[in-house]
Structure formats: structure tokens, C-alpha cells
Design a protein around this ligand. Structure first.
Ligand SMILES: *Cc1c(COP(=O)(O)O)cnc(C)c1O
Length: 445
């Protein structure tokens, strides 16, 4: 046999004898994670009473005029994170859209992040604004304030940031840049309900905090969101964009603004069932988030010395209520194994690893073609120098490198109660894979 043939036989034998699940072996992780959503009897009863009109917040299933369960949820939110104004919305996306509509005019720029769920950025476009991307910090994966500042132009109006994975962005740095350049700040807190920056809840730093209580998030209320703000001016602008005239008619105080009270709105209010569900779940948020923090810390510690994977460093002043646990792939520790082979081998073992952001947002078709769902050239045509704005590979090298070569996440929303047996098995799965790198190298992905 030739040397090549010998190598081929050796490989085939290795695969046949392998007990890696990717080659037909038994998967390591058999313990299930707890189900999500996990409504308790109280929550189910709340929905029932909501439907029957026998609940504590009035008979109406319709909360269009404000009041009722929607208002009760807003009050709860305001008390919980100590903000003066809140508007309950149909989802997190509408909260972001309303925030952008409240501060951006057609063609104005908002500086944002390439590493997030797309809606952190599409809300700018929906409001007619032009997204400009700044790069992220390689450890926290959130906007780097110095790089945000380098993108400020005479057209810049706002910063739209995301506390991605639950990790608070550098709010001291961001607020400093915003103050010096007179910019509005919109915080996307969809993945960060309960996260704290220097002990203070996210969503309370900028002009707007936007939360999601969609069923994959920290609170599972079907589809729901919350917009919070510090100033009445912003509150009234937000109400006009998305709330029913039965509510704006009661709440708008500014005489200049009263003439805009109308039914020409987005139907962005919350529904009463979701509001009831969210309100009840608020009682458990701290407890569930406590477990997300604890289990997240345990997993980060257990995998700390595992070859090929490194937890993102978290400085002391950041306290994430983990939604996703982010890691970086370390190719030097697993020579010859690609990120995709590493992920595929672990997934086959039953570890819920994946890449989060496969393509940074500025490199996606909307920005490469400068065409949104509203048509070619929208919103760039509304910018005085829109033709000159281009989105290129190399604009955000840290995010680009992270997405291409390092990005690993483990979803941690379902870490809301003790999961010790699952954590043990995940650690075993990592050991099994990293002790068999010769075999993983043969994996075709
Ligand atoms: C989920 C999510 C949204 C959108 O929230 P919905 O309630 O689904 O509209 C926005 N931004 C981020 C970062 C998210 O994770």
C-alpha cells in the first residue's frame, strides 16, 4: 500500500473505532435542560382571569386607552428599575422603533453595533435614519466608546447600542461621548433584563431603554416589550408614535404636541394577556436571573481551562443576567481543528453550542446593496452625502474577526434553576471531544 492509502485506512479505522457522537458514538449530554417558557399556576390563573374579566386590573381585555394590566406592568417596571416613564409595547422591536422615531429625522445618522440581533440596527432604518457602524470591544462584545466617538459626524444624532448576551455595554464611556457630542442614547436591553452596570440596571442610562419579553427572553410573555425613559418630552414623543389616541388624549400635556393626537399610529401597544403574564413573572425575575448568573458562572469556571474555548473576560463592574454565554474559540490550543469541526463535534455530543452572529451586520445585503425593504436607496437618499456612505469589510475588524473565527455561544436562558447534572455532562462532553482531537480533525463539516 502507498503511504496515502495507509493514511486513508488509518483514518477510516479511527472513525470506525471512535466513540465520538459525530462518528456514531453515544451522545454525552442526555440530561434535558428545563423547559422554557415555564408558566406556574399563578401565571396560568392570571391569564384565565384576564380572559374572564375577573382579574385585579379591571374587566377590559382592551388596554388601548392605557390603564388596566398594561399600566400595572408599566408601574411595576418603573418601580423595579427606578425610571419615571414607561410604555408597554407589543414586542421589543416596536420599543426600538418608537425610540428611533422619537429622536431621528430622515437621513440622520445613528452609530450602532455590527455584533447583535439585526433589530438593534433595523430600527434605525425603519425610522429613516442611516446606521453607521463602530467596532466592538473584543472582550465584552459591546460597542467601544472610543471607536463610537471616531464615527461622529455633523449628521450624527444618536447612539443605538445593545447589551448583547446580557453583557452591559461600557455606559460610562458611551454616556461621556454622547454628552460631549449632544447625542441621544438608545439602549437595546432585549437580552439584558436584570443586568447591571456598576450596580445600576441597564436601560436607565440613556434616553431610552428597550426591553423584550418575547418568549425566548428573560420574561416569557408571548410577545411583549417595554420602553422606558427619563424625560417627559421623550415619553410624549413615544406615546404619539405608537399609542392609541384614547391614551395619548389623556396623557399628552405639552400644548405643542396636542395637535398630533390622532389615530395615525403604529399599533404598538401591549395586549392584556401578555401584560398579565409579564406582570406575574416579574415576581420571579430576580430568582430566575439568580440561577442564570450562578449556573453561568459555574459553566464559565468549568470550561476555563478547556482547550479550544475561553470565556469572555468580565470586569467586576459588569453584572450580566446571562441570556447567552459567549466564548472565544482558541485555535492554537486545538491545532488543525477548525471552529466548525469543534462546534459540530460538541453539538453531536448534545452540547448546545453555536455561532451567534455569522455575518456582522454591516456586511449583510441591506448594507452591501444599500437597499432596505422600503426600496433601493432608502434611507441613504435622505442623507445629504448618502452616496458617499459605504459599508466595507475592514470597517469593524474586531467584530469581523470574532464572527469569522472565534464566535461561540451557549444559550443560557434555560439555566433558571439548578442544572448540576446537565453541567457535569457538558463538561464531560468537552473533555471527550478535546481528548480526541485527532478524530475531530477528520470530521467533514
Ligand atoms: C429579541 C431581540 C430584539 C427584538 O425583540 P422582540 O421582542 O422579538 O421584538 C431586539 N434586539 C435584541 C438584541 C434581541 O435579542
Amino acid at each position: 500500500m502507498s503511504k496515502l492509502q495507509v493514511e486513508e485506512v488509518t483514518k477510516t479505522t479511527a472513525r470506525a473505532n471512535s466513540n465520538l457522537a459525530c462518528f456514531g458514538g453515544t451522545p454525552t449530554v442526555t440530561e434535558p435542560l428545563p423547559p422554557w417558557p415555564c408558566p406556574n399556576e399563578d401565571e396560568v390563573e392570571t391569564v384565565r382571569r384576564q380572559l374572564l374579566g375577573t382579574g385585579p386590573y379591571g374587566r377590559s381585555m382592551c388596554v388601548a386607552g392605557g390603564g388596566g394590566t398594561g399600566e400595572a406592568l408599566e408601574q411595576r417596571f418603573k418601580k423595579e428599575i427606578k425610571v419615571p416613564f414607561a410604555v408597554a409595547t407589543a414586542a421589543g422591536g416596536p420599543a426600538l422603533h418608537i425610540a428611533c422615531m422619537s429622536v431621528l429625522e430622515m437621513g440622520e445618522e445613528a452609530i450602532t453595533t455590527p455584533y447583535s440581533w439585526g433589530q438593534t440596527v433595523s430600527c434605525i432604518v425603519q425610522a429613516g435614519g442611516v446606521p453607521i457602524f463602530a467596532d466592538i470591544d473584543p472582550e465584552t462584545l459591546t460597542l467601544d466608546p472610543a471607536l463610537v466617538e471616531s464615527k461622529v459626524t455633523p449628521y450624527t444624532k444618536a447612539i443605538v447600542l445593545a447589551h448583547i448576551c446580557g453583557i452591559p455595554a461600557d455606559m460610562d464611556g458611551i454616556m461621556d461621548v454622547a454628552r460631549r457630542h449632544g447625542l441621544y442614547v438608545i439602549e437595546d436591553c432585549a437580552q439584558a433584563q436584570g443586568s447591571r452596570y456598576r450596580g445600576r440596571p441597564v436601560g436607565t442610562f440613556g434616553d431610552f431603554g428597550c426591553f423584550s419579553m418575547g418568549s425566548g427572553k428573560h420574561i416569557a410573555a408571548g410577545e411583549a416589550g417595554m420602553l422606558v425613559m427619563k424625560e417627559r418630552e421623550m415619553y410624549e414623543r413615544a406615546l404619539l408614535a405608537g399609542m392609541h389616541p384614547a391614551r395619548t388624549g389623556k396623557e399628552i400635556e405639552d400644548p405643542k404636541r396636542k395637535k398630533w393626537i390622532d389615530s395615525m399610529i403604529y399599533t404598538y401597544r401591549i395586549n392584556a394577556i401578555s401584560a398579565g403574564l409579564a406582570l406575574k413573572q416579574m415576581d420571579r425575575l430576580e430568582e430566575l436571573n439568580g440561577w442564570r448568573r450562578t449556573n453561568g458562572a459555574v459553566l464559565r469556571e468549568r470550561l476555563r481551562d478547556m482547550p479550544g474555548i475561553r470565556p469572555q473576560k468580565m470586569p467586576q463592574h459588569l453584572d450580566p443576567a446571562w441570556h447567552l454565554l459567549p466564548w472565544s474559540f482558541v485555535p492554537d490550543e486545538v491545532p488543525g481543528v477548525t471552529l466548525h469541526q469543534y462546534l459540530a463535534a460538541l453539538k453531536a455530543e448534545g452540547v448546545p453550542v453555536s455561532q451567534y452572529v455569522k455575518t456582522p451586520i454591516h456586511l449583510r445585503p441591506m448594507f452591501q446593496h444599500k437597499t432596505s425593504h422600503y426600496g433601493r436607496g432608502y434611507p441613504w437618499k435622505a442623507h445629504p452625502q448618502g452616496d458617499k456612505i459605504v459599508y466595507r469589510q475592514g470597517d469593524c475588524p474586531v467584530a469581523e474577526r470574532h464572527c469569522a473565527a472565534y464566535d461561540i455561544i451557549i444559550g443560557s436562558n434555560r439555566f433558571y434553576r439548578p442544572i448540576n447534572a446537565w453541567l457535569d455532562q457538558v463538561e464531560q462532553a468537552f473533555r471527550k471531544v478535546t481528548e480526541r482531537l485527532d478524530e475531530v480533525r477528520e470530521l467533514e463539516v
